[in-house]
Write a protein that binds this ligand. Structure first.
Ligand SMILES: [Zn+2]
Length: 172
């Protein structure tokens, strides 16, 4: 099972410079190899990447940040869960996408999980559209049209009304 709380704690630990991003990457890869059997926090303690005091500090001082991220990630988690249930995605890919989302957030660039998965090529635009349709509505950013049957290309989803890319895989 995906450990979103662990991912948030790991990200905050990197921001506090308790460990490096490379060290976090390693421990996340280890968690994945073990089949997500251990929470990331416990693994970081076991590998001595984090002391008990540092972990306690994060849980105490970053309570609000953790809660905010968990709320935000529950949306990402739902999108990801649908993708996994549809057989489009595996948990390691979703974990990676959530990590990228958290890292971008640290740079002040909030990006939706679906867009990150598209950029990773973990989802095709057609798969992305299948999930969006099952979740609700998606508006064209250019003309505001509610997309119903957009034109799906390799690099973008085009609005059926104005023809502009309603969602592009390019960074931006
Ligand atoms: Zn449009």
């Amino acid at each position: 099972m995906l450990d979103t709380r662990g991912l948030v704690i790991g990200e905050l630990a990197v921001r506090q410079k308790f460990l490096s991003r490379a060290q976090l990457d390693e421990v996340v890869a280890l968690q994945q190899r073990n089949g997500f059997t251990q929470p990331l926090g416990a693994l970081m303690l076991e590998k001595k990447l984090l002391s008990r005091e540092q972990l306690d500090h994060l849980l105490r001082e970053q309570k609000q940040a953790i809660a905010d991220y968990e709320r935000q990630l529950s949306v990402s988690g739902l999108f990801g869960r649908i993708a996994i249930d549809q057989g489009f995605l595996g948990e390691p890919q979703l974990a990676e996408a959530i990590r990228r989302q958290l890292a971008r957030d640290a740079e002040g660039k909030h990006t939706k999980i679906g867009q990150i998965l598209l950029q990773m090529r973990a989802l095709t635009p057609a798969q992305f559209w299948t999930i969006i349709k099952s979740q609700g509505v998606f508006k064209c950013g250019a003309c505001g049209h509610l997309l119903d049957q957009p034109r799906l290309e390799n690099s973008a989803i085009h609005c059926e009304k104005c023809g502009k890319p309603a969602l592009s895989l390019e960074e931006g």
